[in-house]
Ligand binder design. Structure first.
Ligand SMILES: Cc1ncc(COP(=O)(O)O)c(C=O)c1O
Length: 466
């Protein structure tokens, strides 16, 4: 089949049993040689991809509604991204931006200053991963404020390097065996209105959640004068695709303004257009002091950016840098990614997100006993499963079964939170693909309810892991 004819294929097609014979071999070898800490939910072994389609090593086609964990906003092998990468690679692949100059570095930094909330001057530090973006934000806050404590939220995921891990509180498996946290971080609950049973409206509840900081922490374990930063995901990602009330983010901003605490927004998963706006925090009309970006920023080429107020990232030469951070191939891909987002993909993300959300809400009605919530923005949507709507007990087993049933039918999704499925497809999807994903999800819920507790593939995680 020609490359052109292949590119036309945009729906799943499963031809072998799963995993197929070649996939089986790869999985076995991987299990022998690769770090056992990786968290695989099912045996997807990719050979190549285009748009929202993944072809596995046995020739099966899958519809990718995960995008490499919310990374590939422009889809697999977008022709313009591929061309840009090739052209940049032919010029130079590496020189080390911390030691030498090249125009791409300041071009992207200038773009990020303009494209992030707030008209103030900013500075940008480039790294290679989300965790590195968070490490940088932590160091900026500590250095700028000369303070050491941080406040973060339960359910948050900020990465697994030791500094970022101190902020992370998503699952105990991420902490188990690594002793006490490297940094002094206090975690408090992140708003989850669907599970709140009190009398407050959603906006009142958002304010109350943030006020715990003033009413409890400042008065007890975290004197405000010792807190360097508050780090928050404007939509909580790994924690379950939770959208907080706007009042919550506004209240955090007020508290930081009154105490000189640095407000750090971790937009690693929710940023770069995933919620239908370039930055998730824009939905809340809040301007953070520091923004962490990675995942979608360069269409899959490793790159992260920490964008800070210029008067905060005012450290001395040598304070922080990385050999690979700001790699020119990644930067070229990033500049092209911005072009594609503004050239229609951002709009498509918002439009397809609406269609997806409407379809999922219908499924919520159909499976009203088992779906507690459908929530999200743009193409960052979570569906939370419970064993019974009356008890609202999170159903981890059912969620895992549905995840695998989707895979067996050619739909790639991943779990998040305790018992949610997340949808984070590439922004290039069309209506037919959304409708196909909804149909497979519907079938998979029915099958999941029937087969719950009988996974065809033993996932590499348990209730506390992954
Ligand atoms: C919000 C958030 N921050 C940080 C990270 C860490 O990114 P990385 O895995 O690239 O280190 C993630 C990864 O999922 C994330 O979702």
């Amino acid at each position: 089949m020609t490359a052109n004819a292949t590119a036309q294929l945009k729906l799943p097609n499963i031809k072998t049993e799963l995993p197929g014979p070649k996939a089986k071999e790869v999985v076995e070898k991987d299990h022998r040689y690769v770090s056992p800490s990786y968290t695989r939910s099912y045996p997807l072994v990719i050979k190549r991809g285009w748009g929202a389609i993944i072809e596995d090593v046995d020739g099966n086609l899958f519809l990718d509604f995960n995008a490499g964990v919310a990374v590939l906003a422009t889809g697999h092998a977008h022709p313009e991204i591929v061309k840009t990468i090739a052209e940049q690679a032919a010029d130079f692949v590496h020189i080390a931006g911390a030691d030498y100059y090249y125009p791409q570095l300041s071009d992207l930094a200038e773009k990020l200053e303009k494209e992030t909330p707030g008209d103030h001057p900013k500075r940008v530090h480039f790294g290679n991963s989300g965790a590195e973006a968070v490490e940088t934000a932590i160091k900026v806050a500590m250095f700028h404020r000369r303070r050491q404590k941080f406040i973060a939220f339960f359910g948050s995921f900020h990465g697994r390097t030791l500094g970022a891990l101190s902020m992370t509180s998503s699952k105990s498996a991420q902490r188990l065996g690594f002793g006490r946290a490297a940094l002094d971080v206090t975690h408090i609950p992140y708003p989850n209105y669907k599970r709140y049973t009190g009398p407050l409206t959603e906006e009142e509840y958002g304010i109350e959640c943030a006020r715990v900081i003033e009413d409890r922490l400042f008065k007890t374990t975290c004197p405000a004068d010792e807190v360097a930063g508050i780090i928050v995901e404007p939509v909580q990602g790994e924690g379950g695709y939770l959208v907080p009330p706007a009042s919550f983010m506004k209240e955090l901003r007020r508290i930081c303004d009154e105490t000189g605490i640095v407000l750090i927004c971790d937009e690693v998963q929710a940023g770069m257009g995933r919620t239908g706006k370039l930055w998730a925090v824009e939905h809340h009309d809040v301007v953070p002091d520091v923004i962490c970006s990675a995942k979608g920023i360069a269409s899959g080429v490793p790159l992260s950016a920490t964008i800070a107020r210029a008067d905060m990232m005012n450290w001395h030469v040598g304070a922080h840098a990385s050999t690979f951070g700001g790699n020119p191939v990644a930067i070229a891909a990033s500049l092209k990614t911005f072009e594609l987002l503004h050239g229609g993909l951002l709009q498509n993300c918002a439009d397809m997100g609406e269609r997806m959300m409407a379809g999922l809400r219908k499924l919520q009605t159909k499976y009203s006993k088992y779906i507690l919530d459908v929530r999200g923005r743009g193409l960052m949507i979570g569906v939370e499963f419970v064993s019974d709507i009356n008890t609202r007990k999170a159903d981890f087993e059912l969620r895992n079964q549905i995840e695998q049933e989707c895979f067996l039918r050619g739909l790639i999704v991943l779990g998040c939170g305790e018992s949610s499925i997340r949808f984070s497809p590439p922004f290039v999807i069309d209506e037919e693909q959304v409708d196909c994903a909804l149909r497979i999800f519907d079938e998979s819920i029915a099958a999941g309810l029937q087969h719950r507790g009988h996974p065809f593939f033993e996932p590499d995680y348990n209730e506390t892991g992954g």
